[in-house]
Design a protein around this ligand. Structure first.
Ligand code: TXA
Ligand code: MG
Length: 325
């Protein structure tokens, strides 16, 4: 299959009408989009990504009013968050109605909804009379793409069209929240582009979903190993690595928050934000992981980021990348 990269939303719409998935830009990461209401489209997405059917898809809407079209209820707190953060990197888990195929939600009664903040994809959604199911546009388990080229490298020849919206501004996936009961804390299932502190400003203290807790409804994408480069990656104290006996500076890649590690070539190091800005570090994270992975190192070392604000989402992705080892 010939894969084209371009900015033609009409062309993207034509492919989508034919159940042929298209890669689309969002502010978080690129998504592999298809008609969320058509099982054939959704099946094609799973197949192209090599994604197991137990891992449900997020649906992208053109505006807040669409929420009620596809859900049984829209609790006040969910509406408040949507009004505050949409379009933006926040996904709401809400009870689905019969329009949403069970395949999209992996049989769960809740559907994941968000309105993305990317002008091209919003324009595209306005051309369509269906919402878009879109997981990140990477092969299952690998690092999410933040440029059209990333998508092309991995899914090129498997899809017809990549809508090129430039590099993703947020650079990490959306924060996923659920509303288990009306009065209790809301649950963060996946930390992401909106920090828990920002959410707490509107909804009070949140709780974090943990894989080991007894809850029955999880976020299957919270699989332990995910976002993983092929090169082994470890989270360490970067000040200590050069003391190890087996240390080989040429073969070591570094992904650091703000400072380079002495005695390792500069070209081996990705400094995500010299000015210690977590937002900037988040934007650069996945691209750095990819480049480091492609550089042929035997090992990649990274460090713990501050466990606050967007640092939580960064640490979450790094832990999952490390879990592969
Ligand atoms: O920022 C994002 O959210 C990006 C862009 C493309 O919008 N999308 C994304 O999709 O990260 P994906 O497929 O890589 O992650 C979707 C995850 C699932 O793995 C699961 O954890 C959660 O969202 N999810 C989706 N539907 C769910 C549901 N019905 N119940 C629980 N979790 C759900
Ligand atoms: Mg993904």
């Amino acid at each position: 299959m010939q894969t084209e990269i371009g900015k033609d939303i009409q062309k993207a719409a034509d492919f989508l009408h034919n159940n042929s998935p298209v890669a689309v830009p969002t502010e978080t990461v690129y998504g592999l989009a298809g008609n969320a209401l058509d099982v054939r489209s959704v099946l094609n997405i799973f197949e192209i990504k090599n994604r197991p059917f137990f891992d449900p898809l997020i649906i992208h809407l053109k505006n807040i009013d669409e929420v009620e079209k596809y859900t049984l209820s829209f609790p006040d707190r969910a509406r408040l968050l949507a009004e505050k953060f949409w379009p933006g990197p926040l996904t709401l888990l809400l009870p689905k109605n019969e329009l949403i195929p069970d395949l999209v939600t992996a049989e769960s009664e809740r559907v994941a909804l968000r309105m993305p903040a990317h002008p091209l994809t919003l324009e595209l959604l306005h051309l369509l009379d269906f919402p878009l199911a879109a997981p990140s546009a990477n092969p299952f388990g690998y690092i999410s793409p933040t440029t059209a080229e990333h998508v092309y490298k991995q899914l090129g020849s498997r899809i017809s069209y990549i809508l090129d919206g430039g590099p993703c501004e947020v650079g990490i996936e959306s924060t996923i929240v659920g509303f288990e009961d009306e009065t209790g804390p809301i649950t963060i299932y996946r930390p992401g582009g909106i920090s828990s502190e920002d959410i707490e400003q509107y909804c009070g203290p949140v709780s974090f979903y943990s894989e080991t807790s007894e809850k029955t409804i999880g976020a299957p994408g919270m699989l332990k190993s995910h976002y993983a480069p092929k090169t082994p990656l470890f989270i360490v104290n970067l000040h200590e690595i050069t003391h190890q006996t087996s240390f080989s500076p040429e073969k070591t890649g570094i992904i650091a928050f703000s400072e380079a590690v002495p005695n390792i070539p500069e070209r081996n190091q990705w400094i995500l934000s010299p000015r210690k800005d977590l937002k900037e570090a988040t934007t650069n994270l996945f691209s750095a992981m990819r480049q480091a992975d492609e550089a042929g190192f035997t090992i990649i070392y990274t460090e713990h980021f501050p466990e606050e604000g967007l640092g939580r989402a960064i640490n979450n992705r790094l832990r999952r990348a490390e879990a592969k080892n």
